[in-house]
Design a protein around this ligand. Structure first.
Ligand SMILES: Nc1nc2c(c(=O)[nH]1)N[C@@H](CN(C=O)c1ccc(C(=O)N[C@@H](CCC(=O)O)C(=O)O)cc1)CN2
Length: 284
């Protein structure tokens, strides 16, 4: 078997065309969607992601503001910038690029963002809405992008066994909740799981979100399974790769996402979608 590729770039292009139309409609109604992106420090990967986010806004007609700060920015100064953006009516979404320098408390910064502008979906108010299924809040972009990819291939999650490898607040836990909301039977595996392969071999869907290259190998995957790779690692030659041994797993899986060109672009696309949704929720 050779797995079908789930192409995150192609799906992103399709969704961003729809997003651009929606941005145009909202702009015509006098509420052009606006996103503020805050970058603290000079992490090279973060610089690339932030640049791509701003470019995606420009391409889709979303107003964007980039605020770049030196790594020495104090937590107090950052909180003051967030307070100003919370009060700015042109801004519907505020994103603080993670990771932040060690002297800044990330959770404190996330909680300072108005829940109405939390387009990253990291605020406890968004987490609570996802947990309970109550309206409001925003879904975190990476797991939401994974779900969109499953929907795009017409995959029915109800009654399936989904194994999420990784338990971070921004990917693993929200991913598990989204799969549960679709009536999948969900197992969360993590660094203390004694026999990972025991679980993954039984999975209809595997979402790998650990940040460890080569973690998921072909012998750990059931023939025909869907394998979603959230990992973002570098191999020995500095080439970008995921958590899944793509060459080996492609021979047994039914569907697989590549790295690059899979979940990554979808993360940015769902950020745009959340910004549109936030602008829609505001009264003109
Ligand atoms: N505030 C946030 N910080 C971080 C998030 C997030 O969702 N919000 N997620 C990650 C990084 N991230 C988004 O910010 C992100 C990572 C990767 C990609 C992406 O498109 N990757 C490309 C490859 C890019 C490259 O060449 O390096 C791909 O997979 O094709 C987009 C966004 C941590 N921080």
């Amino acid at each position: 078997m050779t797995a079908h590729i789930i192409d995150g770039l192609a799906l992103s292009r399709k969704l961003r065309t729809q997003i651009a139309t929606e941005a145009q409609q909202l702009t015509a109604q006098g509420r052009r969607p606006g996103l503020a992106v805050i970058l603290v420090g000079d992490n090279p990967a973060s610089q690339v992601y932030v640049r791509n986010k701003i470019k995606a806004c420009e391409d889709t007609g979303i107003h964007s503001v980039l605020e770049k700060f030196d790594a020495s920015l104090s937590e107090t100064e950052l909180l003051a910038r967030i307070a100003a953006l919370n009060a700015d009516p042109r801004i519907h979404g505020i994103l603080v690029q993670l990771p932040l320098p060690g002297h800044i408390d990330e959770q404190k910064v996330i909680e300072a963002i108005s829940p109405a502008k939390d387009v990253d979906g990291f605020h406890v108010a968004s987490a609570g809405a996802l947990l309970t299924g109550l309206p409001g809040g925003f879904w975190p972009c990476t797991p939401h992008g994974c779900l969109q990819m499953l929907d795009d291939i017409g995959y029915e999650l109800r009654g399936k066994h989904a194994v999420v490898v990784g338990r971070s607040n921004i990917v693993g836990k929200p991913m598990a909740l989204m799969l549960l909301a679709r009536s999948a039977t969900v197992t969360i595996c993590h660094s203390a799981t004694p026999d990972l392969a025991h679980f993954t071999r039984d999975a209809d869907v595997i979402v790998a979100a650990v940040g460890k290259r080569g973690l998921i190998t072909r012998d750990m995957v059931k023939p025909g399974a869907v394998v979603i790779d959230v990992g973002m690692n570098r191999d020995d030659h500095g080439k970008l790769c995921g958590d899944v041994d793509f060459a080996g797993v492609s021979e047994v899986a039914g569907w697989i996402t590549p790295v690059p060109g899979g979940v990554g672009p979808m993360t940015i696309t769902m950020l745009l979608a959340n910004t549109i949704e936030s602008a829609r929720r505001t009264t003109a």
